[in-house]
Design a protein around this ligand. Sequence first.
Ligand SMILES: [Zn+2]
Length: 496
Amino acid sequence: MKLVIAQMKHETNTFSPVPTPLARFALAGGAPPEGAVAIAAVRGTGSAIAAFIDLAEEAGAEFVVPIAASAWPSGPVDDNAFEFIVGRICEAVSHGCDAVLLDLHGAMVTQTFDDGEGELLRRIRAIAPWIPVGVALDMHANLYDRMGEYATVLSGYQTYPHVDMFETGLRAGRAVLALLAGTARPTMAWGRQPMLPHVMRQGTDDSPNRELQARCREMEAQGALSASVFVGFPNADIEFAGLSAVVVTDHDADLARRLCDELLAQAWEQRAAFVYQAKPLAHSMARAQALAAAKPPGSGPIVLLDHSDNCASGGTMDTMTVLGAMLDAGLDDAAAFAVFDPDAVQRMIMAGVGAQVTVSLGGKLDMPAIGLTGAPRTVSGRVKLVCDGLYRNLGPMSRGELVSMGPTAVLDTGPVEIVVISNHVEPHDLAAFTAVGIAPERKKFLMLKSRVHWRAGLKTLAHAVVECAGTGVCTSDYAALGLKRVRRPIYPIDAM
Ligand SMILES: [Zn+2]
């Protein structure tokens, strides 16, 4: 038995001005890892591709990993990057194999294709029409029919923050191996609802997604090979952005259809609970100050979530609206993670640790798709630390994976320690802070550019959370995004 195992992961925010060349799919620039280097990079991590490798080894299967390509979310993927990655995968398939196992995101938009994953699967099918293809997808996949038509099994994460990527890989991989062994015949049904759940209301700690995902697990406990609800990624102006479901049964098409329709109906019933209403920023700042005044000694930080500028949803990570409001309000004993500004980092490295500097911070990237120009802020402080920005995640999300912030500096203004980075990294792991010598649990305020993933490694530290509506391409305001290509009518843009 021979398997082709590969990864191609990107969540595309079509409003993001951050480019997506091939180098973004590699930790240190250049091209993504291939073959033995790729295997070494992913083995033992909490990723779906690591689960595929474990399953292949357990089964005594021969396997190749032509490429392991994963990039932080950003704008549409360059055509030549897509062609490079897809070319590597298709070349491996063309050499012959019994099955393909793919670790994909499911919301990749390229310069040419609205469904990068559908195009990859179409090309695999053109080479190998009959072999099983198992796919692990992110919960934020935007499902196109081509993905359902060309894949044998589609399985999605059931947690947000995503702490079950590995388990999702096991689910998709086991169904395919059972098919090869002749012990199961995976049969899949899929469908969509015309709804765009707000990301801020998608966390699985909260209703209604908690109950939807629990129902998926119940279906699996009762015999379904896989059941997934994809809440979708709405910051993508494409026809089929939004919620979908996929159920895989063992050779029972009627049951798969019925269970899938049940999940879709349950989601539709709860559509109003997926709507997020942001509070004005001034209100959030006042609330943070009131919470701080009443905070018991020794309790953890008040987390200020800058949710409109989350780089793990394609944010530039350099808008200064929320951090600026904190500085204006005089919030003290605070840390901020992070501002993406490679130029400011270089200036601080040149100045050296301990130097007093004044820098033009953030706001370097314009956001023409939402009509905003970058607005830097002049900030003075002491260079507290510079480092190479490398750390390994502790987990539970993406555990064991090596992360690169690129050259990194901490600018200490007195009231606020600002982490300034050269690669996009969302704060969801305690190691992001220990890497730069900050103990977040001891701070009064913690500003995070994140929406839901921060909960994975940092929620237990927090005394309270204040959601702060700043500026950026991850805004929850669909009117500000001006979605034009998504199918209509769709809830909540249209009253339905
Ligand atoms: Zn996701």
